[in-house]
Design a protein around this ligand. Structure first.
Ligand code: URA
Length: 433
């Protein structure tokens, strides 16, 4: 087999066999296939597309390029959720404890933030002492004991994806649906859960800008998951504005704690209950979506989800007093008020730009090596459709110094549009597949 022939076939729009795709993934991961040939192949995929069978083969080849986690030492069905990436998305911190408090095992690997999106691991590390690098044995034992553990993705989880993603990033080949679907699903399949609930984002802060494209991506990923023998479903949610009100590690942890006390923003609560309901349904803990949703609401209302959260933070070495008294978290040195420049209704938001403003404040990572400022971020006071008068505070920016806050303010204001006409408030959950 020759890489030249594979590139040539794809350029002509032909379907590659499973063996050819395995050859490409294996060869590129081992270093036998050079970057320039892989780049040509990825571009041919972007221009000619991949069939369902090719996408499944690519996913499986990438998943098997490293460790395939065997979660069988954990009893019962293991449920996982995955978001395709958004701004202000702290749902794992809420959904994990809800589902675990209802007896379903959540053995989760999460990532760190990169670019405009945040990561669950950074948020959890806001707790002094919290450990994200448990041994496999400790990970299994914690889930068996308390039903919930969240650890950082191990280095050998789908290494082919890591290498291919780095190349896609610099060759303008990120935005192909088959490549996105196989990248995400390879990691999910390697992480071993029986039940996978995907939260596919649509809008200005997401890879998929329209609901239609997000549904198509969701359908592709659920087919891959089910085709690989995992029970997979998807929820399409709105990312045309940040989820909830807070962006930034400590701010999001504090908002998640409020949500676990039942006092979260409407969109955040709806997203969390919907995802939890799908996980409960998939794991057989709920008979239908409605009863799953109600079970999730009850777990928040009766305090069991919050108690599970505290148990989880303590089990991984975190100082749980911060969960019980979230005002203990350190505050940023600078707190800057952003005010509306005129009267109007909050219209379209450039959500990715808002994520980048929080990066400027220090909340995120520009590169994998960057360090994060846990107390930096944005507390928004508005949602799309709200009316604001000139001079009203629309957001609070938290930063380590004035220069960062000033730079972020400019960026933040440019990302918000004010309309003279009323703007309709849309629902957060756009589709359930
Ligand atoms: N997230 C991933 O892990 N891979 C992609 O290709 C896009 C989003």
């Amino acid at each position: 087999m020759r890489m030249y022939d594979c590139i040539s076939s794809k350029k002509a729009g032909r379907e590659l066999s499973g063996e050819e795709i395995e050859y490409i993934v294996r060869g590129f991961t081992s270093g036998e296939i050079p970057d320039y040939q892989m780049s040509a192949f990825l571009m041919a995929v972007c221009l000619k597309g991949m069939t369902e069978q090719e996408t499944l083969s690519l996913t499986m080849a990438m998943a098997k390029s490293g460790d395939m986690l065997d979660l069988s030492p954990i009893s019962g069905k293991k449920a996982d959720k995955h978001s395709t990436g958004g701004v202000g998305d702290k749902t794992t911190l809420i959904v994990g404890p809800i589902v675990a408090s209802l007896g379903v095992a959540v053995a989760k690997m999460s990532g760190r933030g990169l670019g405009h999106t945040g990561g669950t691991i950074d948020k959890l590390e806001s707790f002094p002492g919290f450990q994200t690098g448990l041994s496999e044995e400790a990970f299994f034992s914690q889930v068996n004991k308390i039903k919930l553990a969240v650890i950082a993705q191990t280095a050998n989880l789908a290494p082919a994806d890591k290498k291919i993603y780095a190349l896609r990033d610099v060759t303008a080949t990120v935005d192909n649906m088959s490549l996105i679907a196989s990248s995400i699903m390879s990691k999910k399949l390697a992480a071993g859960a029986d039940v996978i609930v995907l939260d596919v984002k649509a809008g200005s802060g997401a890879f998929m800008k329209t609901k239609e494209d997000a549904i198509a991506l969701a359908e592709m990923m659920t087919k891959i998951g089910n085709g690989a023998g995992r029970q997979t479903c998807a929820v399409v949610t709105d990312m045309s504005q940040p989820l909830g009100y807070c962006i930034g590690n400590i701010l999001e942890v504090q908002e998640a704690i409020e949500a676990l006390h039942g006092k979260g923003a409407k969109d955040l609560m709806d997203a969390s209950y919907t995802l939890a309901a799908q996980m409960l349904l998939g794991a057989g803990r709920a008979v239908d979506f409605k009863s799953g949703y109600e079970l999730a609401e009850t777990a928040v209302k009766d305090g069991s989800a919050f108690e599970k959260f505290c148990e989880f933070i303590a089990a991984q070495g975190g100082d749980v007093s911060y969960a019980r008294e979230p005002e203990k978290f350190p505050q940023a040195a600078v707190k800057r008020e952003v005010r509306a420049k005129k009267d109007g209704y909050i219209g379209a938001m450039q959500t990715e730009e808002i994520g980048l403003a929080s990066l400027v404040l220090g909340a995120g990572r520009e590169t994998k090596e960057s360090s994060v400022d846990y107390s930096a971020g944005i507390r928004m006071c508005i949602k799309t459709g709200d009316f604001v008068a000139k001079g009203d505070i629309i957001a609070l920016l938290y930063a380590g110094n004035e220069a960062k806050a000033a730079a972020a303010e400019e960026r933040f204001l440019a990302a918000i549009t004010l309309s003279e006409e009323p703007v309709e408030k849309s629902s957060h959950v756009l589709a359930i597949l």
